[in-house]
Design a protein. Structure first.
Length: 472
């Protein structure tokens, strides 16, 4: 068992997993028959034996003679080509957008609905630009005032990525951790952090029973190599594996673009992750958005820009194409090879889904989750394990696999229904027919229609809200 999965969560955790207040359908028993079931436990799909959901939880799988246990049950009958999948976890689910190239702003109006409509029922933002406002969003979702996924708040960045970051003492980091944990934060994100600050953050977070993840580097210029962070006790690592496979005399990106996974150095770092049970959030597609955009993955399957305000869409449509960053294009293809090599080395139970795409008006988070699944499948990983990356592995990484991540009796009823078998073609995860969160049924089309034209300013007078640097 890995060290993260075995850690006891702090007492506040139960509140952070509070069920969405029951609406009309959540008050009823819910019975789902027909179709097929991919529970993320078995290695394939089976004919759906019938699901009985009560009070937000999966009460029973298999209805026996079909007798219902409540007179007011709502029954949904699926078609034979529909498949039930556990709700997705996005562990790098930026709500942040940078629409004008002047800094990121957390989008809290449309993104929650967009995530949920795509079957993403749990998100960890991986660093919040405004943790106070993101906490308020979580509270609105938990109170049923706004539809959205389970929001595992990540609080402020720890490290030089945070504006105004100073050389904090260990006591100051401990005080910050205590404050944000008391506000309901479920984990922390380190980025551009020094070794001493990362060690203090990990120790303080673990004393409070929450996790730490990091966007780290190679050790170059006082940064932290993931290898050293693992030895400090970090729970998760973002983007690249680290170790001797990247050189400490230059940035991680410079090493990553020429990395060869077929080396003893790569094998050694993979073994270190496995030995310590540290999760790896690969974010395969994050760099592809800035490259040449592999057409197999980055071709739109939905008009995502329809969620921009008419004013903002005119601005985005009039822009020149985003310039290709050649280094990121090379990194995208290298990462495809390294994730497969890590999987082949035995790390499949540690890989999670993370999108890491702070949009500039194209490719919205939520839809990006399906591109990430597709890229992992194209890397050569079996689709059943790709689905596990986005479901049970994410739940394990956050320490909530006893309640979420698979479709099993006793767990919270978070799952979604797609048309077509994603084990044959992972792109079927895009064709979402319905989403169930805590037993409440959501129509993805209704969720999306409600937020059409809601992202960005309505006119020049609103632009300042989306330009944080201009406001400073």
């Amino acid at each position: 068992m890995n060290h993260q999965a075995s850690r006891t969560l702090a007492p506040f955790a139960a509140a952070a997993l509070a069920l969405t207040p029951a609406g009309l359908h959540a008050q009823q028993d819910l019975v789902i028959t027909g179709g097929h079931l991919i529970d993320a436990v078995a290695d394939g799909a089976v004919p759906n034996p019938g699901l009985l959901v009560r009070a937000g939880k999966i009460l029973r799988i298999g209805l026996g003679d079909g007798t219902l246990e409540a007179d007011n049950a709502r029954t949904i009958v699926l078609d034979d080509d529909e498949y039930i999948i556990p709700g997705l976890f996005d562990l790098h689910a930026h709500h942040a957008m940078d629409l004008f190239g002047q800094g990121r702003v957390d989008e809290r109006t449309a993104y929650p609905s967009i995530f949920l409509a795509n079957g993403v029922t749990s998100v960890f933002p991986g660093g919040e630009m405004n943790p106070v406002e993101m906490r308020e969003l979580r509270m609105r979702i938990e109170r049923g005032q706004q539809p959205g996924p389970r929001l595992f708040n990540s609080g402020p960045y720890f490290g030089r990525w945070r504006p105004g970051w100073t050389d904090l003492s260990a006591d100051s980091i401990e005080a910050e951790v205590d404050y944000w944990v008391n506000q309901g934060t479920r984990g922390f994100k380190a980025k551009s952090i020094s070794p001493k600050h990362l060690r203090a953050l990990i120790e303080a977070a673990h004393r409070r029973g929450v996790t730490v993840t990091g966007h780290l580097d190679s050790g170059f210029r006082g940064s932290v190599n993931p290898r050293d962070a693992i030895l400090m006790g970090i729970d998760r690592v973002e983007h690249f594996l680290g170790g001797e496979a990247i050189s400490g005399d230059r940035s991680a990106y410079s090493s990553l673009e020429i990395l060869d996974p077929g080396t003893p150095e790569f094998d050694a770092i993979a073994a270190l992750y496995i030995r310590h049970g540290v999760f790896f959030d690969a974010t395969l597609t994050a760099y592809g958005y800035y490259g040449e955009r592999d057409p197999e993955v980055f071709t739109y399957f939905h008009d995502e820009m329809r969620y921009l305000t008419p004013y903002m869409r005119e601005i985005v449509d009039a822009r020149d194409p985003r310039p290709v960053i050649d280094q990121f294009e090379r990194i995208y293809w290298v990462k495809r090879k390294t994730i497969k090599a890590f999987y082949d080395a035995g790390g499949g139970h540690l890989i999670t889904l993370g999108t890491d795409h702070p949009s500039w008006g194209e490719f919205m988070s939520g839809f990006s989750s399906h591109r990430e699944l597709h890229a992992m499948s194209l890397a050569g990983i079996p689709n059943i394990d790709v689905i596990r990356f986005g479901t049970i592995n994410g739940a394990r990484a956050l320490g909530v696999s006893d309640r979420l991540g698979t479709i099993e009796a006793g767990k919270l009823a978070d799952f979604f229904v797609v048309r077509g078998n994603p084990l044959e073609d992972i792109r079927h995860t895009r064709d979402v027919q319905m989403v169930i969160k805590a037993g409440e049924v959501f129509d993805p089309n209704e969720l999306l229609e409600e937020v059409v034209g809601k992202i960005g300013p309505n006119g020049p007078e609103d632009e300042a809200i989306w330009k944080p640097r201009a406001r400073d």
